[in-house]
Design a protein around this ligand. Structure first.
Ligand code: AMP
Ligand code: ZN
Length: 119
């Protein structure tokens, strides 16, 4: 598995920095955001270090398909109500103008009753 020794999310994936785990398999890791905007707010990341969505190509398609397929399942598991009354929001900040702070590809999955702190 390719990890960047200076990357916060690589350290979380490897357990070197603690997190509140939501889900893990051989390809992806999900954990609660430390600074939640919504009643449900977790991050879903590939275990291998990919910098951002601006860095993906065809070789990443199966991994990203797997990751995105998991988002609605985990959202329900974490307490989001079902579609259409409930639902969730998926966001991926990419690059400086996209508001990306951690340079390891991740999607935010947010949901739960409104109002939310942000968003
Ligand atoms: P962004 O790169 O803009 O999508 O933001 C990174 C997200 O990671 C923010 O929502 C942070 O609250 C979250 N975050 C930063 N450090 C941690 C951590 N140690 N554990 C969980 N979430 C974190
Ligand atoms: Zn990383």
């Amino acid at each position: 598995m390719e990890h960047d020794p200076n990357c916060l999310f690589c350290k979380i994936v490897q357990g070197a920095i603690p997190s509140r785990k939501v889900y893990e398999d051989d390809q992806v890791f999900a954990f609660h955001d430390i600074n939640p905007w919504a009643p449900v707010h977790f991050l879903l990341v590939p275990k291998r270090h990919i910098v951002s969505f601006a860095h993906v190509d065809a070789q990443h398609a199966p991994l990203l398909g797997h990751l995105m397929m998991l988002a609605p399942k985990l959202a329900l598991q974490e307490g989001c109500r079902p579609y259409p009354e409930g639902g969730f929001r998926i966001v991926s900040n990419t690059g400086a103008e996209g508001g990306q702070e951690v340079h390891h590809l991740h999607v935010h999955v947010m949901g739960g009753p409104r109002p939310w702190l942000r968003g």
